[in-house]
Design a protein around this ligand. Sequence first.
Ligand SMILES: NC(=O)c1ccc[n+]([C@@H]2O[C@H](COP(=O)([O-])OP(=O)(O)OC[C@H]3O[C@@H](n4cnc5c(N)ncnc54)[C@H](O)[C@@H]3O)[C@@H](O)[C@H]2O)c1
Length: 324
Amino acid sequence: MCHLVYIPQDIEKEGKSYLVEKGYKIKVGSDLSQEILMEEIKGCDAVLTRSTAVINKEVIQAAENLKVIAKYGVGLDNIDIEAATERGIYVTNTPEANANSVAEHVMALILSLSKNLSLADKELRSGNFAIRNQLFGMDLEGKTLGIIGLGRIGRILAKKASKGFDMKVIGYDPYVTASTNSELEIATDLERVFRNSDVISLHLPLTKTTKGIIGSREFSWMKPSSFFVNASRGGVVKESDLVNALQAGEIAGAGIDVFEVEPPDKWNPLFKLENVIVSPHNAALTKEGSTRMAVHAAMQVEQVLTGTKPNWAVNEPLIKGVSM
Ligand SMILES: NC(=O)c1ccc[n+]([C@@H]2O[C@H](COP(=O)([O-])OP(=O)(O)OC[C@H]3O[C@@H](n4cnc5c(N)ncnc54)[C@H](O)[C@@H]3O)[C@@H](O)[C@H]2O)c1
């Protein structure tokens, strides 16, 4: 029997070849509106999705044959896991594919902010070589990096910052109480991390409990010389509070890869601020990272459709209604 795999948003050829070589048919989507998703998912056995397609309850209900929703990436905020679980559908992700790529991107944002690279580049291109005597960067050596969320990305970042840049690292994660890494101090409250860090970097998931948890109170705890970096999910931060903190000089700058609304409006006030560097939610999208995400997600599809428990299942589907 030939299974049909729906890929709403195209992925790297390696992921598609993996499936085609194993005899699956693939259908690449034409549009990410709910209406089209509901139409195109009909009759498919698996969906392999990136983060822009919203696989909500209605979309899941339209897919009478669906057995697995394989996420290309880690964040699961675009998938209704509860609805999938109730319908007996596995949800998987690719935790081993992109953590290093994101941690490297975060280091690039931190380096860019601390060395004023974005502004120096712009000024020099407009003929202002003298800017070299006005823009003083900050050394990272001996400074403190505060990491919120000590999962895979947070821990890799801690290692890179401490071992590669001689930074002190302090982390906060409600589910982590002890550190196995002597360079990483664990704080028991968020305030201590925000008050004592020269750079704050977020690495927690967007869930009902983390939505908007970082706002004006947290920015007021930061030092005026400190930088804020977010490559987790935009929805964790109240973006207007971040803009206010930057405009008021409460913090020195920000490196932002993810936005409250994606794609962000071109008039987003963050884009007008010189002390902000932005990237288009592409921290994980290196050639290596995106190929791994495509292949790992395809492997999860194959495992479920051949009756094996997938390596990276994030739910335990209730087997009712849909035959596995
Ligand atoms: N920008 C990108 O391209 C990109 C790529 C990959 C992942 N991400 C985002 O980064 C997030 C982290 O990825 P990961 O692979 O490290 O995930 P992970 O699941 O390994 O780690 C997340 C950590 O956050 C912690 N956490 C949960 N609630 C928290 C809270 N209130 N305060 C502090 N910590 C909390 C968890 O205990 C866990 O240790 C993902 O959920 C995803 O949304 C973004």
